[in-house]
Design a protein around this ligand. Sequence first.
Ligand SMILES: [Zn+2]
Length: 652
Amino acid sequence: MKKSNCLLLTALLLVSFSRAQQSLQKLYPVNYSQVSVTDPFWKGRMQTVATSTISTCVLYTENKTGRIRNFEKAAKGTGKHEGIYYDDSDVYKAIEAIAYSLKNHPDPQLEKNTDSWIDKIAAAQLPDGYLNTFYVLTDISKRWSDMEKHEDYCAGHLIEAGIAYYNTTGKDRLLNTAIRFADHIDSTFRKSNRNWVSGHQEIELALMRLFHHTQQRKYLELAQWFLEQRGHGYGKGVIWDQWKDPEYCQDKVPLKQQTEITGHAVRAMYMYTGAADVAAVTNDDGYVKAMHTIWKDVVYRNMYITGGIGAQGKNEGFGVDYDLPNESAYCETCASVGMVFWNQRMHMLTGDGKFIDVLERSLYNAALDGLSLSGDRFFYGNPLASKGTDQRREWFGTACCPSNIARLIASLGNYIYSYDDNSVWVNLFIGSEITIPMQKQSMGLSLQTGHPWKGETTISITTAPKKQTQLKIRMPGWLKEPAPGNLYRYTNSSTAKFEVTVNGKPSAYREENGYAVIARVWKKGDLIAINTPMQVRTINSRAELKQNDKRIALQFGPMVYCIEGPDNNDKAWNFIVPEQPQFTVNYEPQLLNGVNTITFNANVMEAGNNGKTITSTLKSLKAIPYYSWNNRGAHEMQVWLPTVVKEVKINP
Ligand SMILES: [Zn+2]
């Protein structure tokens, strides 16, 4: 080779190397364990998860179902498998939730019990690393023969649990078990060139967590390998047969060519979360471009006002655009948890506040609705209207949702802040304290807020780096519009204006990607006051969304509201709301653990005493936050309130 050619080649290699090194990811995540949540609203929810929700998960995992017994039997190699083939995953997800919760709520008895579960899990692992109680107890010769059977899905949850438990306790038995299983999968598939389309995505994002934890590239490569398996017909004759639809399993075209959201909602959310994780490391623009397009399809055409997704029960997923029925809305709790994951990753890739706007909507409404105030009852589907027959339940045959909402709330600190070398992003207004590493210095913040009931927030600087640092404070999208895109619009006007002062003086800021950016050399004791005024906003939907025709929804701050029977003479289907009602907002500390209620006058229809006439009288109605409904028994409820006579239910 000529010397000049050699130099050129070296230069090209250097360019491609530096491109590969220059990650797409602009921001660093903040781990929940770095954040102390002090927020009155969320601290209560986290406490409830630590006590009530986790106890319920333990009770059902260990005593009321055979999930732990399956591991005991598998370790002995004999016995009848109890439950469904994916039940191992619920054990792992419960351990993950326990791990997050133990960090803030130490509980030696719970930890000891979890250690005993882990011993049983490890004992059930086969010498080659395989671990799945269903196949061990039915027919091990059939393992890895059916892509739909969730073996790799269970492995993904094992990996997440192993990392979480190690991070909290320092105990590595579960993590090592997970690593042996991951290595078994790597040699069975990627290294053997054996095609496999995961029936339920999850392993991709889990392998990315394992990659970051171990810094071993093979896990990144395996995650990427799983993503790249899709869209080549490898699932044909296997998972396609079971669902008669490659779109159900996001397997119609390769991920980078996908432009629409299709199929099972939870599987889709987990897959795109994993793809964002891979793209953040590999700089793969193909994934990112595809996901921006798909994200718009989700948010602009297929998302409920609650941030819930997956309208249909028949495929636990997406239907046609703009078809969002309210009473039969599926909106699986796990799909909303997945929306939080995916939108966080999209925010990490872009620094764009619109992803946090959607995350916040899903978190405060559709996801939070999945858990009762008592913490021991769960919604699997989260409808936006009810005739009084829906009720949260203690558990489910397919019990994915309880431990999923538990792990989300227990790790809430993951979502409040993010940062890079020169900036701190304040994403969610949740009272908390944190110290963020900034190169060799650090920045400490103490955030106090009235959210979600009042718009005032203060941030005091507790530690300041000795250099100019940008504080990027999210300007909630709901100040201007209900959600990105124009699926929903506000119909009343507002004078609400985002305001920020520093040490009592109005502060100039630069608006960037939905954040107010203030750059200065901060000092300890600096006080930033933020006002995100909350007013009752009325919302309507695009005409294509027929189910919401001539109906309005109410929102206050991040919260979507509903009318529920107990506050309204036990009825929620017997009124017509004026187009522009006058609203009164009251904080009611005794109601539903303390909520803002919205009262207004509406025409209420009632049957006359003789049962032969109907009267319509202007009466006061009271709306409550959507997440808090169904905590006083099963009652009627509606989110989308009719402004003309629609379906009416009048009981004398
Ligand atoms: Zn679920």
